[in-house]
Ligand binder design. Structure first.
Ligand SMILES: Nc1ncnc2c1ncn2[C@@H]1O[C@H](COP(=O)(O)OP(=O)(O)OP(=O)(O)O)[C@@H](O)[C@H]1O
Length: 892
């Protein structure tokens, strides 16, 4: 402004136009009176709102202060603003005055001073007050007008300070009405501020104050000249006015003229004309006080601004803090978001996995379903195939059987045809021989004929020679011709005999057919006769009784001592009675009598009888077994009575029975029967069942169980060794093995065989392919344990146990036979009371034929046991068991 004014004066140009209206430039005083609102929050993107910056942008006076004062304050503010702008954000650009204007030397010096810690900012007034050598000189250097402190632009500041009160310490500006403290002239040592309190502004007494300090020597140019009221406002040109009184450039020239103040009177003009140092001093002091107040206000403002800055800093820090918090929150949220995203992706993956798993499961289930369907289909196909195969096999089997039957029939027919053919061939051969013989005869006749012809020829030749002999030769020829005729007739006869032979062949064929027919009829008759035979045989056996008792007395051995007196009353080949002389008995009268015990059985065999004789009687029962009946033959008697000899010796019942069965089976083959034979050998020892054909060391360890099939009437033994008896030799081996096992199991072979029951079981299964009949019979050959009574044996310990079990089983056998003898249908038969009767359930009674051998020892020492055995056998013999049923089946 100073430069522009100077330039304006130098060029005699009017001052630059000043914006009017709302853009009116304000003075410092005006600005000091304004409330602190310069630091109102700026709009985003606006320029930094520094006071100086704002003023400069408007081109107002503060440019002078701001331009001449490199204010540290401004610098701080700019710095603060810069910090703020940098903190708040882009677009808020701090503007420094130094960046706007190059630094002058004076600025530099001031800056230097400020940099040296001088707190008070350099001002225009500071320059004046602190001028070199002047000390208290007040005024404008180089005639610069004083800066008005009046906000209304009064060129002399507050025009007149009216004294108020007695102390006159306060003055009031007649233009703006501001009351200022004013120091009294006489008390200069008192601070101007204190003096200002005594001043009083009075509008009426306001006089134009001198603007020159009292102590300052007044130059003519500095003495204000009296001005007219009009000139004060507009009657005087600017050039006429001293610079100090020149109107403020801030004042608009277009401003309407102000009314003249009252003080423009003659008196006041006189006062103005004189330079009032005191008033001037007061004026300066008041300005100084005003400036000081302004300074303090600015300082306060600065401090408040600094507070605000601090507050803003705090706010910025808070914002920074919030920002950091927000950043951290944002980071946390971002992490949460990432976690959520991760969870989401995990969930998505899990969902995808679950979906995939479900799809896989569905696929698996479908696959499994398909597989099961395939399996079912396959099973179905397999079943169908199996059924087809079974049908095919059945058909094949049937076809085979038919083929076999056909082939058998064919072979039979072929045999018959062959025999017939051989017969016919023989007859043919005979005929051929005869024919050859005849042919030889013919040949000889022919030879004779040829010889005769030769002789005829010779005779003819001779006839030529011998005419005489012609007649003889003719007659001879006739004879020869006659014989030739006869020969020809013979040949013709022979030729006709061939036809006879053919006829004979035909007759033979007819006879052969007749023979075949008659053979077939004979076979049929034979089969019928076989069936009839079986029926009759069974009827005979039934008539003989389904339970029969044979008695056999063994011969005494060399070592045997006294023999019992056993007699056979009938003494015939077919003996049935036996008498045993009992022990002597003493009667009450003292007489000793000996009773003869007579016994009658189905057959009695004396000591001379051999096993073969015995078997001759039982072979009919064996035949019954072959015919399909259950047969039980057991030997009963005391130890050493010959039971084992009768049953298991080389010519005993078992081998003989098997041999007979082989022979019978073979003879029955011609009648269409085919048999399979299975043998097993067990023993009942101490009520346990042992396998005599198994391993010797298992004989007392292997547990055999008896199983009954009540519907079929069959008994089977679990885990028992079964030998297929397809040859007679196998029976011998089997008996040898059984005997060997028995001897291993016993401490003494005789003892063991005496203390256990042995049962040979022979199953006979026959099938007749011609009639379709099927028979299943069982032959049980039982060698019972010794029947001696417990009281007589005197056994103890194991022997006692053995004897008890033997007696029990024999007693049970008697009970069973007794129950069967009662013949009550449906009555209980105690088969299960002992192992032996349980095993022989289907071979004792009802559906079976039973034969008991009662074996008798010939010794007197065994007489008591002999009598007991005979009595038991008599009981059995008196038992009548119901009719046996044959187990035959007809093939479907
Ligand atoms: N009919 C007989 N002819 C010749 N000897 C016989 C006859 N019966 C038995 N013996 C002989 O008598 C003896 C005893 O016979 P065996 O062993 O058969 O009696 P057991 O009743 O079976 O005795 P255990 O009950 O102890 O087995 C044997 O030596 C045997 O050879």
């Amino acid at each position: 402004m100073a430069e522009s004014d100077t330039n304006a004066r130098a060029l005699n140009m009017p001052p630059p136009p000043v914006p009017t209206g709302p853009q009116k430039r304000k003075t410092l005083v005006e600005q000091a009176g304004e409330p602190i609102k310069r630091f109102a929050p700026t709009q985003p993107g606006s320029r930094p709102a520094s006071a100086a910056g704002q003023l400069n942008s408007k081109g107002s006076i503060p440019r002078q202060a701001s331009s001449t004062r490199p204010s540290s304050h401004a610098y701080h503010r700019n710095a603060s603003n810069a910090t703020l702008s940098s903190s708040i954000g882009s677009g808020y650009r701090a503007v420094s005055l130094q960046s706007q204007r190059p630094q002058s030397a004076m600025d530099a010096s001031r800056t230097h001073k400020n940099s040296q810690g001088i707190g008070r900012p350099m001002t225009v007034f500071g320059m004046s007050l602190n001028g070199p050598g002047t000390g208290e000189v007040v005024g404008n250097p180089k005639g610069m007008p004083p800066i008005s402190s009046c906000p209304n632009g009064n060129p002399r500041g507050h025009k007149e300070m009216v004294r108020q009160g007695s102390d006159e310490s306060h003055v009031r500006c007649d233009s703006c009405g501001a009351i200022k403290s004013r120091a009294p002239k006489s008390a200069r040592e008192v601070s101007l501020c204190t003096a200002m309190h005594g001043l009083k502004l009075d509008e009426n007494s306001m006089q134009p104050a001198p603007t020159v300090a009292q102590d300052t020597p007044v130059t003519p140019s500095q003495i204000p000249r009296p001005v007219q009221a009009s000139a004060c406002q507009g009657g005087r040109t600017q050039n006429d006015l001293p610079r100090s009184l020149a109107p403020s450039p801030s004042k608009s020239p277009k401003k309407p003229p102000q009314p003249l103040p009252k003080y423009l009177t003659r008196d006041s003009n006189t006062e103005i004309a004189g330079w009032d140092h005191d008033s001037r001093l007061h004026q300066v002091e008041s300005d100084f006080a005003h400036l000081k107040g302004e300074m303090s206000r600015i300082t306060n403002e600065r401090s408040s601004m600094e507070d605000m800055i601090d507050m803003y800093k705090t706010k910025i820090e808070e914002i920074e803090e919030n920002r950091k918090k927000l950043i951290s929150t944002n980071a946390v949220l971002q992490m949460d978001l990432d976690a959520v995203k991760t969870q989401l992706s995990t969930s998505h993956v899990a969902l995808e996995d679950s979906k995939r798993y479900h799809n896989i499961t569905i696929d698996d289930l479908q696959r499994q379903h398909r597989r099961e369907l395939d399996d079912v289909q396959r099973d179905k196909d397999e079943d169908v195939r199996h059924e087809l195969r079974r049908h095919q096999e059945e058909m094949e089997d049937m076809r085979r059987r038919l083929q076999k039957a056909l082939e058998e029939e064919k072979s039979l027919r072929q045999d018959e045809v062959r025999s017939l053919t051989s017969d016919s061939v023989l007859s043919q051969q005979k005929l051929q021989l005869e024919l050859d013989k005849q042919q030889r005869v013919i040949q000889s006749i022919r030879d004779e004929f040829q010889q005769s012809q030769a002789e005829v020829t010779r005779e003819r030749q001779l006839s030529h020679v011998l005419r005489a002999q012609l007649s003889e030769a003719v007659s001879s020829a006739l004879e020869l011709e006659t014989s030739m005729g006869s020969l020809r007739a013979h040949i013709k006869f022979l030729e006709s005999d061939n036809k006879t032979q053919s006829q004979a062949f035909a007759d033979l064929e007819t006879r052969m057919q007749n023979a075949i027919r008659s053979a077939t009829e004979a076979n049929d008759k034979l089969r019928n006769e076989e069936t009839l035979r079986r029926k009759l045989h069974n009827q005979v056996q039934e008539l003989k009784g389904n339970i029969r008792v044979f008695c056999r007395v063994r011969p005494p051995s060399k070592i045997d001592t006294e023999a019992a007196r056993i007699t056979y009353p009938d003494n015939e080949s077919d003996s049935r009675e036996v008498e045993v002389l009992g022990l002597p008995e003493k009667s009450s009268l003292g007489t000793v009598t000996t009773k003869t015990n007579s016994f009658a059985f189905d057959r009695v065999f004396g000591p001379q009888s051999a096993n073969a004789d015995v078997f001759g009687e039982i072979s009919q029962l064996v035949q019954s077994a072959l015919d399909g009946y259950n047969v039980c033959i057991f030997c009963y008697g005391q130890t050493g009575s010959g039971k084992t000899f009768t049953m298991s010796s080389k010519d005993g019942m078992i081998p003989l029975a098997v041999n007979q069965i082989y022979d019978g089976a073979k003879s029955l083959e011609t009648k269409g029967w085919k048999y399979a034979m299975e043998g097993s050998f067990v023993e009942v020892y101490n009520e346990n069942l042992n396998d005599l054909l198994g391993k010797a060391d298992e004989i007392d360890k292997k547990k055999l169980e008896i199983r009954h099939e009540m519907q079929k009437g069959k008994t089977t033994i679990t885990d028992v060794t079964v030998v297929e008896l397809d040859s007679p030799n196998k029976v011998e081996n089997m008996l040898r093995d059984a005997s060997s096992n028995r001897s291993v199991a016993a401490t003494n072979a005789n003892e063991r065989s005496s203390r256990s029951h042995s049962v040979f079981i022979l199953k006979l299964i026959g099938e007749n392919s011609m009639t379709g009949e099927r028979s299943e019979g069982t032959l049980n050959l039982v060698d019972l344990a010794g029947s001696e009574r417990l009281s007589h044996s005197g056994a103890t310990g194991d022997r006692l146990k053995e004897t008890q079990s033997i007696n029990k089983s024999l007693s049970c056998l008697g009970d069973v036979i007794g129950a069967l003898g009662q013949g009550k249908k449906g009555s209980h038969v105690p088969y299960r009371n002992s192992k032996l009767t349980n095993l022989l359930q289907f071979s004792l009674g009802g559906n079976s034929k039973t034969l008991m051998f009662v074996m008798i020892s010939p010794l007197q020492a065994h007489l008591s046991e002999t009598l007991t055995s005979l009595k038991f056998a008599t009981k059995v013999h008196n038992t009548h068991i119901g009719t046996a049923k044959r187990q035959t089946k007809t093939k479907d």
